[in-house]
Write a protein that binds this ligand. Structure first.
Ligand code: SF4
Length: 113
């Protein structure tokens, strides 16, 4: 069991069922509990939908390649949650850096763990 105070390693999030990095070099970390259903993500990306049942967004896939990078980046950038810092995080699995929204400007993962 991981110690509660131990920082979470972004490289391990969701990796249990993940496709190989070569096939899907990007992944999403989604802070669903901080989504308030503004729906901006779904307007700019086919990967994002608002669930009628829960009233919050959900991605169709968490792992993807270059072809789907741009629209997922846009979704991350337009998300207004967390005072515009955003709750959709696009991570480069090869470097573990946050590509978007990257509010810190240095690739550190801006998830409130
Ligand atoms: S834009 Fe952000 S807050 Fe709005 S539905 Fe999408 S994830 Fe949720």
């Amino acid at each position: 069991m991981a110690d509660e105070d131990e920082p979470i390693d972004p490289s391990e999030v969701g990796e249990a069922d993940a496709p190989p990095v070569e096939e899907a070099p990007y992944k999403l970390i989604f802070e669903a509990n901080k989504c308030f259903g503004a729906g901006k993500c779904a307007e700019v990306s086919d990967n994002w939908e608002l669930s009628i049942q829960t009233g919050i967004a959900q991605p169709n896939v968490y792992f993807f390649g270059e072809d789907d990078l741009d629209h997922n980046v846009r979704a991350a950038e337009v998300c207004p949650a967390k005072k515009d810092r955003g709750v959709i995080h696009v991570i480069d699995r090869r470097t573990d850096e946050e590509i978007a929204p990257d509010p810190n400007g240095d690739g550190t993962v801006s998830v409130d763990w």
